[in-house]
Design a protein around this ligand. Structure first.
Ligand SMILES: Nc1nc2c(ncn2[C@@H]2O[C@H](COP(=O)(O)OP(=O)(O)OP(=O)(O)O)[C@@H](O)[C@H]2O)c(=O)[nH]1
Ligand SMILES: [Mg+2]
Length: 302
């Protein structure tokens, strides 16, 4: 699809509490997985763009970390990054988990919107989980607390209502040339996307605090003559005891994570992949500015 005669293009940031379904919605709008999803909170750590085309419009969708009351340094970096993403966008999509309703987290998110001058749109997500009548009250309550141009009720998971929302966005973004080639679906470098996929598999498999105390980086990426790629990744954890958990009995856990990640990375890059995972203990990595640079986050001073 070539750029049309009267192109439109705009940046849309999706913000919301952790686990509201922002990343799921970005993937649904793009039509391919460009950002990772898990049932745990605080999955997304940095800004990531997914790119979709609707009619004459190119929609640049910015996935952001969840907004909540942060305590640790990494959390503070994630939350301030999320608000910064909202301030840089043409349109701000505010996601609320309809099942949870307007709880304390959603309330403080709505309060924070007063400082966001951009056009805002309310998205009540996960409508598959609740009854229709409850939705109307929820939409009304949210509209009383912030100034929304429109409200949508969707299920990012089933796709219900997503097409309507996408058409609305296509009309709402300003006229202007497309920012990306028409076939590009994300601005994330492949090595970063590959590291994120491995982090998703880690999140899905490991329990309690461990996922939050680990990070994944792609250490090397070699294209081979036979068309395959050799990828080495490092999983950083904080303590030796965590390294043992990631490895699992006889290396079973890391092997399973590696197999799942390899399959999905190969699918995304459409090349055979040889994936090598290494687990390193780096005490205090979440206080190391270099790790933040790798994740695309600013390093908060304290
Ligand atoms: N039932 C239902 N579940 C959903 C829907 N959208 C997302 N989910 C689930 O909600 C969980 C969180 O989804 P994510 O897309 O990772 O949420 P997020 O807002 O990006 O979360 P953070 O990155 O942690 O801020 C996952 O288990 C999704 O499958 C929906 O419309 N209906
Ligand atoms: Mg996310």
């Amino acid at each position: 699809m070539a750029e049309p005669e009267r192109p439109r293009c705009g940046f849309i940031a999706l913000i919301g509490a952790p686990n509201a379904g922002k990343s799921t919605l970005i993937n649904a709008l793009v039509g391919t997985k460009v950002t990772i999803v898990s049932h745990k909170v605080q999955t997304t750590r940095a800004l990531l763009r997914g790119i979709a085309i609707e009619g004459e419009a190119q929609l640049v969708l910015i996935d952001t970390p969840g907004i909540f009351a942060p305590k640790r340094r990494l959390e503070r970096a994630m939350v301030s990054t999320a608000w910064a993403g909202a301030h840089d966008a043409d349109i701000v999509g505010v996601l609320i988990d309809a099942k949870r309703g307007i709880d304390a987290e959603a309330q403080s998110l709505l309060d924070g919107l007063a400082a966001v001058p951009q056009r805002k749109v309310l998205i009540l997500n996960k409508v598959d989980l609740i009854e229709k009548p409850a939705l109307l009250g929820l939409a009304q309550a949210a509209n009383e607390r912030a100034d929304f141009s429109a409200s949508f009720m969707i299920s990012a998971l089933s796709g219900d209502g997503v097409a309507d929302f996408k058409r609305w966005l296509a009309d709402a973004v300003p006229p202007g040339p497309w920012h990306y080639p028409e076939d590009q679906i994300t601005d994330a470098p492949l090595r970063q996307l590959a590291a994120e996929i491995t982090r998703e598999k880690l999140y899905l498999r490991l329990h309690q605090e461990l996922p939050y105390q680990s990070t994944v980086e792609t250490a090397s990426w070699q294209e081979r003559k036979d068309g395959s790629v050799r990828i080495e990744q490092t999983i950083f954890v904080e303590r030796e005891s965590q390294r043992k958990i990631v490895l699992g009995k006889g290396g079973q856990t890391i092997k399973a994570i590696g197999a799942e990640a390899r399959r999905e990375i190969a699918e995304v890059i459409e090349q055979p992949v040889h994936l090598f995972l290494f687990v390193k203990v780096r005490e205090g990595w979440s206080d190391d500015p270099e790790r933040y640079r790798e994740m695309g986050l600013e390093f908060p001073k304290e």
